[in-house]
Write a protein that binds this ligand. Structure first.
Ligand code: ATP
Ligand code: MG
Length: 288
């Protein structure tokens, strides 16, 4: 829409007419048939909009329409990712802390019955179990709270992020941790992120399933490869049996390692602890 002179239009609101001898061009911002807004351009009325101006403004309006739409799609994708993350946390909360707290209530009831009958050995046994379950719930709660914190990698890098996680989750849960990093240089953020995800799943598994009291985390680098080893002294598991019933964690670790062109080796046996070894190529020059 072109209005050659706002001041000369009797139907114009006073505020628009007050702009005096101006020409107004209004172009729709749209994608497909959806109108997203309008682009208005004012110019002195003595200079008419030429057909070249119109063509140029139409192109600009078009580009703006596309930019607005892709921005709103990005926002939508972010919202969906947030929702999925919340759902995952709700599931984790249900699978972990809720179960542990439920066990706590069962043991509390059992203790009450045992004290009524004066059965001291049984009472002691239940009190021990109750204390263990409460500690487990606390561990899981710490881990979930940690999961809620925004990602750290971009800010502090892989080595620090992993150290912080060990400090805030494992150490506070009373698990002894040995951390070693040798010849580490910063890697590409995407690679550091993937490595961190793998390490995190390995540590989460140790926390949830192993009942470990000691964890060793070792990182090292040479000219071509990055290596990570996470070992726990927990109860271990049967790798073959677990393949049938497995959750998503072990599979997603393997998948990520393969995507990075690397390997992930799991060494474990019931009663023997678990060791996860990750080996991935990187493209960093060796330090001088
Ligand atoms: N460090 C470990 N110590 C003892 N058992 C483990 C350890 N890591 C994994 N497991 C066993 O292997 C199974 C499969 O692990 P996986 O990570 O694939 O699934 P999950 O942890 O049960 O569920 P998800 O990771 O999808 O939340 C676990 O349920 C557990 O029995
Ligand atoms: Mg898991």
């Amino acid at each position: 829409v072109i209005i050659p002179n706002l001041a000369a239009e009797p139907n114009m609101p006073a505020a628009m007419r007050a702009l005096e001898s101006r020409a107004l061009l209004v172009a729709p911002l749209q994608t497909g048939s959806q109108l997203l807004g309008v682009l208005g351009i004012l110019r002195h009325a003595t200079r008419e909009f030429s057909s070249r101006d119109l063509a140029l403004i139409a192109v600009i309006a078009n580009q703006l329409g596309i930019a607005i739409q892709s921005q709103s799609l990005r926002e939508q994708a972010k919202q969906i990712a947030l929702l999925e993350e919340r759902q995952r946390l709700a599931r984790d909360l249900h699978d972990s802390v809720t179960q542990s707290l439920y066990s706590v209530t069962l043991f509390a009831q059992a203790i009450r019955s045992a004290t009524y009958t004066g059965n001291l050995p049984l009472t002691q046994q239940y009190v021990n179990r109750l204390s263990e379950m409460a500690q487990q719930a606390l561990k899981e709660m710490r881990w979930l709270i940690y999961e809620l914190r925004p990602a750290l990698i971009e800010e502090v890098g892989l080595v620090n992020a992993l150290q912080r996680r060990l400090e805030l989750v494992e150490r506070r849960a009373g698990v002894a941790v040995e951390f070693e990093s040798k010849a580490m240089q910063e890697l590409d953020t995407a690679l550091e992120n993937s490595i961190y995800q793998i390490a995190q799943e390995a540590l989460n598994n140790t926390l949830k399933h192993a009942g470990a009291t000691f964890i060793t985390v070792r990182m090292s680098m040479d000219a071509r490869h990055f290596r990570l080893e996470i070992q726990d002294d927990g109860k271990g598991f049967d790798l073959v049996a677990v393949k049938e019933t497995a959750g998503l964690g072990l599979a997603s670790m393997q998948e990520r390692a393969a995507q990075l062109g690397g390997t992930l080796t799991i060494t474990t046996k019931p009663g023997q602890g678990t060791r996860i070894q990750l080996n991935v190529p990187h493209s960093k020059e060796p330090s001088p």
